[in-house]
Write a protein that binds this ligand. Structure first.
Ligand code: MG
Ligand code: MG
Length: 257
C-alpha cells in the first residue's frame, strides 16, 4: 500500500529527518584517521536519544547498531567496529531516526583525510546523481523517471549502479512502498503524487555494479572490491519541485565544503 502523507505527517517526518541531519553533523567533524566507527556509532546513538529520538536501525531485522558504516568497497549495511579509519578511506554513514511515530532516513559518504582524485569524483558525482533523482520527484512524473535520471548521469562516467538495493517510501515505517530503484526507464512505474514521501539513495560503484554479501549476513560489498559511494535524502513529492526533508547543510558547514 502506498501512503500519501498529510502536511501534519510530513511535519513529523521532517522533524525526524532533521534529527538525522543533525546527527550526521555531529559525527561529520569527528571522521578522521584513527577514529573507529563504533566510537562514532555511540556518539550518534547518544545524540539521537538526547534529542528525543530513537535510532531506527538498531534492532531492525536484528541489525546491531545505530549507524550503518560501510567502508571503501562496502556498499551498504556495514556494521560499526573497532578498526580505526585510515587516511584515504571513504566511509558511508547511513542513519535513521524514529520520533513521534515517524521515520527519517539519510546517508552521506565521508572522506577520511585525503582521498584520491578518482574517489573524490565518485563522491561528487554520486551526490549529484541524488539531486538529479530528486529533480524528478514531482507530481505527475513516474518513479522510473527518478532511476532513469540517476542511471543516465552516473553511467556516462563508467560507474556501476547497484540494482539489488533501492530507495523506498518512508513514513510510519522505515521501508514502505514504493520501491525507488536507482536505474530504470523514463515513463515507467507508478505515477508520483503530492504527499508521497520517499528515500532516494543511489549506491554507485567505481567499477562493476555487481555486489556480494559478507558472511556477517549484513555487509554488502562490490564484487570487484572497488570503492562504492552512497548518498540518501528523505524527500516529499510536491508540485513542480520536490521538498528535501533531510539536509546536508550542517554536515557541509562542518566539513567546510
Ligand atoms: Mg538510509
Ligand atoms: Mg533508506
Amino acid at each position: 500500500m502506498i501512503h500519501y502523507r498529510s502536511e501534519d505527517e510530513i511535519d513529523l517526518i521532517r522533524e525526524s529527518s532533521l534529527l538525522v541531519a543533525k546527527t550526521h553533523a555531529e559525527i561529520s567533524a569527528l571522521i578522521k584517521p584513527g577514529v573507529t566507527t563504533l566510537q562514532l556509532d555511540k556518539i550518534a546513538e547518544e545524540f539521537i536519544r538526547d534529542n528525543g529520538g530513537v535510532p531506527a536501525f538498531k534492532g531492525y531485522g536484528g541489525f546491531p547498531n545505530t549507524l550503518c558504516a560501510s567502508l571503501n568497497e562496502q556498499v551498504v549495511h556495514g556494521i560499526p567496529n573497532d578498526n580505526p579509519l585510515n587516511e584515504g578511506d571513504i566511509i558511508s554513514m547511513d542513519c535513521g531516526v524514529v520520533m513521534n511515530g515517524y521515520f527519517g532516513d539519510s546517508a552521506y559518504t565521508y572522506e577520511v583525510g585525503e582521498v584520491s582524485e578518482e574517489v573524490k569524483s565518485l563522491l561528487i558525482r554520486t551526490k549529484e546523481s541524488l539531486y538529479k533523482g530528486i529533480e524528478q520527484a514531482v507530481s505527475g512524473n513516474r518513479v522510473g523517471d527518478i532511476g532513469f535520471a540517476i542511471q543516465k548521469y552516473v553511467e556516462q562516467f563508467g560507474y556501476g549502479v547497484v540494482r539489488e538495493m533501492v530507495g523506498h517510501g518512508v513514513g510510519e515505517n522505515l521501508h514502505e512502498e514504493p520501491q525507488v530503484p536507482n536505474y530504470g526507464q523514463r515513463g515507467r512505474g507508478i505515477i508520483l503524487k503530492e504527499g508521497l514521501v520517499i528515500a532516494i539513495e543511489p549506491m554507485i560503484n567505481l567499477g562493476t555494479r555487481r555486489i556480494k554479501q559478507l558472511s556477517d549476513g549484513w555487509t554488502i560489498i562490490t564484487a570487484d572490491k572497488k570503492y562504492s559511494a552512497h548518498f540518501e535524502h528523505t524527500v516529499v513529492v510536491r508540485k513542480g519541485k520536490a521538498e528535501v526533508l533531510s539536509s546536508f547543510v550542517e554536515i557541509e558547514k562542518r566539513l567546510k565544503k
